[in-house]
Design a binder for this molecule. Sequence first.
Ligand code: HEM
Length: 388
Amino acid sequence: MFRKVIVLLLLITLTSAWWLQKPPRATKETLSQLDGEIRKLLKEDPERIGGFVRLAFHDCVGRGRCDGCIDHHNHDNKGLAVYTKVLNNLFTKFSNRITRADLYAFAAIVAANYASTSGPDAVFKMNRFKVGRRDCSRSGQEDDNAETFPGPNMQNVHELVNFFNKTFGLNLRETVALMGAHSLGRLRTKNSGFEGPWIAEVVQKNGANILDSRYYLEIVAVHWFLKVMPTNNKRHQWQREGPSMGVGNSVNASLNAQPDNILIHSDAALAFNFHLDENGAFKPGKECIMCSIVDPPPAGDLPCCDIKSAGRQLCIDYALNNTIWMHDFTDVFYKMIDNPDGKLTLPISVPVRPRPPPHRRLKHDSKNQDEKEAQDDVAFEKIKQKPV
Ligand code: HEM
């Protein structure tokens, strides 16, 4: 009993010591340096754009909200380890200047900005990024945060709103707007059992990723047919192949080298209602195709799926106006990554003072210190050159 009390006291002391520690708060200069580093990573491998955005979403789900903790044992996080690895390498260089949770969130902001500047018009704004997210005590290690992620087989928009309202306090409009993040990146058989991009590579830049509202146009403006995955009969995804390829659950999804765009039920459910079993197949007698608003339904085919969805008009509005979507998306993305504990602040500017000439430096100036100051000088020069 006595030993138990000692252990408990020790645990309380350690936890409160961690909690009382003041996490580093990144300055504008640190963020400017990180912006450059993250852009280099994105240019090197554009797949990281979608990866960093997905990572921020997953980091912000769960008890601690955005907390720098990703549980790589959770199968819903499959595929994220490559992105935490690359950001953790960067983190080791900046660990005394930013928290891991801030870095994960900032990497997503840089990625969204990077991908939107190649889009048609509106640009995802970065200047609202706040700092001060706290890392969980096991940040950087695999963590057992018991997070629950949304499933891929949602049947209507209410199920989506339910999840996003509980998790981030979002309403219908915000939920529909946030899902447009799926204009980036792709699904991979080895991670989720689904395969293909939401927006095919042919319309993406550098093999991946323009952040715009085309995702909504895809949902409402073409015919979609449900296919079962040949690799996993518990996975059903929506594809473009029409009646000649068969419809309904019986027909395999095609896994061409460059498959057309695909959707999962949780995308399609923004504008349609379905009746599905636990594997994402139609319930008997409820088979349908997602009909386009533009073309008439294919003759002699299954009926069109139910379009009486509260999310449908929003999808059409966003499909027709990228600027409105980008405005809503930016707002809701910041709502997702801004922990609601009121501790976040906009970064302040702390320009580095010019270094004294070498003969006036103290003897104990270490090589590390020199390196750090040299980095700060570069950041300072960049800021000086920027127009105010
Ligand atoms: C109902 C909600 C959601 C479901 C069911 C869902 C499901 C998925 C699945 C199954 C994948 C594929 C993972 C893989 O195979 O590698 C994925 C990828 C992705 N998700 Fe979601 N997601 C949801 C919401 C979100 C939200 C809210 C965001 C961001 C704000 C997001 C951003 C992404 C991105 C960018 C990718 C592509 C990742 C890459 O290319 O590596 N998702 N999502």
